[in-house]
Design a protein around this ligand. Structure first.
Ligand code: F6P
Length: 541
């Protein structure tokens, strides 16, 4: 971030800018600052940019390596340089007829074989012909995984709930908090339950521990080794560890080291989604993502939706000093999208060094947070509207909905648009005072109350309109955020595809666990020692 252009952008960020005035001065602003891709409409006119700033940001993209890095990613170069891995999740959603040659091997047959295996199992589960160890049809599936092995399928299953055509109920178990697995198995019968252990590494503590607990539940209910083999499946790239756990080879769906965990929804990690929707609709999810990839690869920078979102993001983080970003889907079904994008964005770009290991001087990923609207309006939107913090927000609204409550939907959409309008234009002191006076208050009362009612406005937002929340548009939306994160990684010159930061906490938990479970004595810093002692005291009787 040391180029002359950046210095200029940082300077420009200091200059006053009023969105109200920008709209008043240019009646074509909304028309100019909007773009469409794969049917998704993005209005980015309510951002803190002028024509001049926007041209400079586009210049930044032109000077960047976005194009060459995209080509490297597509060619299968090992752009995840700390793990020496290609970044090829896009291959998983490529057209089935496209050869996908990586290191001299065409991976397309493997990918198609995986789809065929998924389709076969899904067919059996839908028809009730996959029998459990007592001869009953399978009614429930427990999906055990965490992080990228859970957030994607859980979010997509929820988002596409109206498309559910599966007789099998899906239960997700991620956290190592024993309450999760205990609650999940409570209402289930092992004889009619299939278990999927989803772990690329098959070494993640939470997943292993939960898988062991579910296996023990089978044993406690009288299932033998053969029964467990019949009921347990895995998706993993560590075939050896999955086999050691007791999962038979025919029940292991592949994962590849060229797919990062948080980019793995498109692989067999998407099995719950495919089970819920059927393979045909799962293919639509992949197609939506594929079309967004094509848009990203081919569209000129100024019409390229992921590039536009990426540029606006770096503008806010690095020039305007905004640390957070709100993701606000106006859709109950998209309520898990913020936690999904949290991992995608923050685990990818929350880095402290550049590609060569040199410390960064500028911040990278934003703190992503949010929930479904309108719930947030009665909670944290107060801060969005009036606090001195500026939190750029993405509002997402599907235009058509599957339910019949049309008036609800018009009200929901009205709130979505009204929020972006209120954030942008705010309410001046004069407007606030006039409003109070109009309610019958005295001059003195109005002057006293008006400052509290002022909304500064000038709070930036994007609005993304989806024609509907279908598998196709969800696929396109997720790929949009994936490619945005990729572009930002390029602009910051960081590796978006490793996640070394999560390791330290994992390492430190082992000696603490040894002490808590009384296997070993270890010593720690004063605070940790005291916390352990206090915890032990509280749990001693
Ligand atoms: O699929 P696995 O190997 O169990 O990993 C789960 C998650 O753990 C992480 O490695 C972080 O700890 C994520 O990147 C990943 O999605």
């Amino acid at each position: 971030m040391s180029s002359a252009l950046w210095a200029e952008l940082k300077q420009l960020a200091q200059q006053p800018l009023s969105l109200r005035q920008e709209f008043a001065a240019d009646p074509t602003r909304a028309e100019k600052l909007q773009v469409n891709a794969c049917g998704i409409h993005l209005d980015f006119s309510k951002n803190l940019i002028t024509d001049g700033i926007w041209q400079k940001l586009l210049e930044l993209a032109k000077q960047s390596q976005i194009h060459s890095k995209t080509q490297q990613m597509l060619s299968g170069d090992k752009i995840n340089n700390t793990e020496q891995r290609a970044v090829w999740h896009m291959a998983l959603r490529a057209d089935a007829t496209t050869p996908l040659v990586l290191d001299g091997v065409d991976l397309q047959p493997e990918i198609q074989a995986c789809h065929a295996q998924m389709a076969e199992l899904i067919g059996q589960l839908h028809q009730g012909s996959y029998k459990g160890y007592q001869g009953d049809a399978i009614t429930d599936l427990i999906w055990i995984g965490i992080g990228g092995s859970l957030l994607g399928p859980q979010m997509a299953c929820e988002a596409l709930a109206p498309f559910n055509q599966s007789p099998v109920r899906i239960h997700f178990a991620g956290n190592i908090d024993g309450a999760v697995v205990s609650d999940v198995v409570k209402a289930l019968n092992p004889a009619t339950t299939l278990v999927f252990v989803a772990s690329k590494s098959f070494g993640t503590e939470e997943t292993k521990q939960n898988a062991l607990a579910v296996r023990q539940w089978f044993i406690d209910k009288g299932a033998d080794k053969a029964a467990i083999a019949q009921h347990f499946w895995a998706t993993s790239s560590n075939i050896k560890a999955a086999a050691e756990f007791g999962i038979v080879a025919e029940h292991i769906l592949p994962m590849w080291d060229w797919v990062g965990g948080r980019y793995s929804l498109w692989s067999a990690i998407g099995f719950p989604v495919a089970l819920q929707l059927g393979m045909e609709q799962f293919q639509q999810l992949l197609k939506g993502a594929r079309d967004m990839d094509q848009h990203f690869i081919n569209a000129p920078l100024e019409q390229n939706m992921p590039v536009i979102l990426a540029l606006l993001g770096v503008w806010y983080i690095n020039a305007k000093g905004c640390q957070a970003q709100a993701l606000l889907p106006y859709s109950h079904y998209l309520r898990f999208l913020p936690s999904y994008v949290q991992q995608l964005d923050m685990e990818s770009n929350g880095k402290g060094v550049d590609l060569d290991g040199k410390p960064l001087t500028d911040a990278t990923a934003p703190v992503i947070w949010g929930d479904a609207g309108t719930n947030g309006q009665h909670a944290y939107h107060q801060l969005l509207h009036q606090s001195v913090l500026a939190v750029p927000s993405d509002f997402i609204l599907p235009a058509k909905v599957s339910h019949e409550l049309k008036d609800h939907h018009h009200r929901l959409a009205a709130h979505c648009f009204a929020q972006t309008q209120a954030l942008m234009q705010g309410k001046t002191f004069e407007e606030a005072k006039a409003e109070v006076l109009a309610s019958g208050a005295s001059e003195a009362e109005a002057s006293a109350l008006a400052p509290h009612k002022v909304s500064p406005g000038n709070k930036p937002s994007n609005t993304l309109l989806l024609p509907e929340l279908s598998p196709y548009y969800l696929g396109a939306l997720i790929a949009l955020y994936e490619q945005k994160v990729f572009c930002q990684g390029v602009l910051w010159n960081i590796n978006s595809f490793d996640q070394w930061g999560v390791e330290l906490g994992k390492q430190l938990s082992t000696p603490i666990y040894q002490v808590l479970s009384e296997q070993k004595l270890n010593s720690f810093d004063g605070s940790t020692e005291a916390l352990i002692a206090h915890f032990k005291q509280l749990t001693s009787n």
